[in-house]
Ligand binder design. Sequence first.
Ligand SMILES: Cc1ncc(COP(=O)(O)O)c(C=O)c1O
Length: 403
Amino acid sequence: MTRQEDMLRTAKEVQLGNYAPAPFVLTHGRGRRVTDASGREYLDLSAGISVLSVGHSHPTLAAAIAEQAARLMHVSNVFYNDRAIELAEAICARTPFDKVYFCNSGSEANESLLKLARRYHYDRGEKQRTEFVSTHNSFHGRTMGSLSVTGQAKYHKGMEPLVQGVRFVDYNDLAALDAAVTEQTAAVVFEPVQAEGGIILGTDEFVRGARRICDERGALLFFDEIQSGYGRTGRFLAQEWFDTTPDACSLAKGIGGGFPLGAIAVTERVAGGLPPGSHASTFGGNPLACAAGLAVLHIIDEEGLIENARRLGGYLAERLAEVDAQLESTTGTRGLGLLQGIVLADDVDPSATIAAIHSAGLLLTLAGGNVVRISPSLNVTRDELDEGLSILAKVLAEAPRKP
Ligand SMILES: Cc1ncc(COP(=O)(O)O)c(C=O)c1O
């Protein structure tokens, strides 16, 4: 038995079965290249599902983490720490938001937003505002609150009862949103680009209309920018494409470049929504995670990665459309910046196809069940995209069909 086979066997014995990972064990990574325990190299254009904004083990990021680990890793939130202050200041400087709260993941960030909304209205004497309006096909996380506003029934299965008072409307259906927001609504929450749902772009009408409706009815507006934010779409936040500022947004994934870090960024108006003692996280805002966050921003600036995401995102979209035009196994492409997808035809087997892509040495993931998602790190090169697209085109030309 090889070392890799041995590890796979052990994994099945000792790890819970809630994931169904590909049959290899990754041990090293640098840039867009990762290596498994057998020494095989893969081209990673998934960036750990939109997480590795600056690629695997960027030397500046790795050095910042090592330096901070040797200096100060954790203090409780009974005390300030320098790195959290610096990172909050840097996020506020780049966004229309005025205050930041740090946590450790996307689900936790959304959970914090939901709590902020309820407490905000409660403290203003509007105790009836406890409901949330979300969108079908959305993904906001797996904790009970974030799961409750996730608009995909498959994730709810066997987990009920969920948080009560959540209404779902079709994404981009402004009339439905208009009908759903009432005097009971604490907040409307959606992704400016639905990522896990299959890379569906919000329309100007919907995103801007949501702002107007929330203002008219006294509900808060939250954007989940966990996947669309931090440069992924070619702007620092995807909301910039729509010229619309919500009352708060959630961030995670790319913000730590691979180090667990989540945040909510909020406007002054709602900043009082979480008064002292109302919410907390033991690890949230620890100096180690925030040092990683600062290094990510430094690299984004130094290497011009927002611009790279916009430029190479456009290139990727064009090349992907060319690939699609030559194939019978796909039915179109869609995306924004470096969050792009190619849609598999109905008779193609998505799981077998993604497994074939991995076997061919390319790491990508599925979104929305039948969309092959390409979400590389923001410092991906044109050559790496060309290499990945050529592997992808070959696999899709012989895409496995459904049994
Ligand atoms: C838009 C969005 N929101 C929330 C989450 C949940 O984040 P996490 O897995 O870090 O809890 C994800 C994860 O894929 C996401 O894409």
